[in-house]
Ligand binder design. Structure first.
Ligand SMILES: Nc1ncnc2c1ncn2[C@@H]1O[C@H](COP(=O)(O)OP(=O)(O)O)[C@@H](O)[C@H]1O
Ligand SMILES: [Mg+2]
Length: 294
């Protein structure tokens, strides 16, 4: 089971949304990380077969995906980032409808829907209309429809947007179990959503893949660049002005522990800490720092 993306590009008028991307994706959970506008959705739409590359080709087990035709819907499951529902349908009716489109038998449909509603904690709302559901529930219905045909390749574009912390934990657990002997590709700009479940990560910036590897491999680059230092609230503004801060933690003694990224320590009290994927991400996307730090 392998997906080969060979020199794929997508041009929109004068915008090169995806620029000469090559990736060899094998079974496991893959995190596609990148800031908004990096090109993740465009790349995923091409892999999901709903948009043609301007250049390059995509193959699944040696077969160009454009020639898979009907077989394609047996192999792939896709959750788009912008997911249009049929708001007047109930959850169950909607899933039955998608199952018909995907060619499932009546018997398989019933079994599969029951299983998914249970795994995604949606049993209580099975007869509710979709437009009556919360954002997180709608997202879970979207994940359910992508899983209906038990796909070998599951493509989820920002699957965790709108999920609350509990839903995020359940989602990660479900995907980890599902991913055995399958390919799961998850795009996100929230590092913590994939840090612990992704077998591999691909980091995308300006339409290109700028790094791939396991989380451990990727964070190597940040060794010796992540520092922590305890400062008083009076000292804090100076640190905030001069440094790329990735986290602030209030301590019991009224001081603040500052975590920052730098080639060299800013002060003699700073000590080196073990890098995390989020540190690398913010190093690569410094403009995201203000948005991501909570
Ligand atoms: N249909 C389109 N027409 C023109 N430009 C587009 C279209 N789709 C995406 N883009 C542009 O391509 C770039 C990548 O977008 P997108 O793939 O949505 O990135 P991401 O999912 O990482 O946020 C952005 O600059 C976006 O504005
Ligand atoms: Mg997107």
């Amino acid at each position: 089971m392998e997906l080969f993306i060979n020199n794929v590009s997508k041009q929109f008028k004068d915008k090169n949304a995806v620029n000469d991307v090559s990736l060899h994706i094998t079974s496991g959970v893959w995190g596609l990380l990148g800031a908004n506008g990096a090109g993740k959705t465009t790349l995923m739409r091409m892999i999901a077969g709903i948009m043609e590359p301007s250049d390059g080709k995509i193959e699944y087990d040696g077969i160009p995906i454009t020639t898979l035709k009907g077989k394609y819907r047996d192999i792939f499951g896709y959750l788009p980032q912008e997911f249009g529902f049929y708001p007047e349908f109930t959850v169950k009716d909607y899933l039955e409808y998608v199952a018909t489109l995907k060619g499932l038998t009546k018997k398989d449909t019933k079994k599969k829907i029951n299983e998914l509603l249970e795994n995604l904690s949606l049993e209580n709302v099975r007869n509710k209309k979709i437009n009556k559901l919360s954002g997180g529930m709608k997202r879970r219905v979207g994940i359910a429809q992508a899983l209906l045909n038990d796909p070998e390749v599951l493509i989820l574009d920002e699957p965790t947007s709108g999920l609350d912390p509990g839903e995020r934990v359940r989602f990660r657990k479900m995907i980890s179990e599902f991913a055995k002997d399958r390919i799961v590709l998850i795009s996100t700009h929230i590092v913590s959503d994939i840090e612990y479940i992704a077998t591999k990560n691909a980091i995308m910036k300006n339409g290109q893949i700028i790094a791939t590897g396991t989380t451990d491999e990727l964070v190597q680059e940040m060794n010796g660049k992540v520092w922590e230092c305890e400062v008083s609230t009076e000292q804090l503004p100076e640190y905030e002005k001069k440094l790329q801060i990735v986290n602030l933690r209030n301590e019991d003694d009224g001081k603040v522990t500052v975590r920052y990224l730098a080639e060299k320590p800013f002060s003699s009290e700073s000590f080196k800490v073990k890098p995390r994927l989020e540190d690398l991400y913010l190093w690569l996307f410094p403009q995201e720092t203000n948005k991501e730090v909570k």
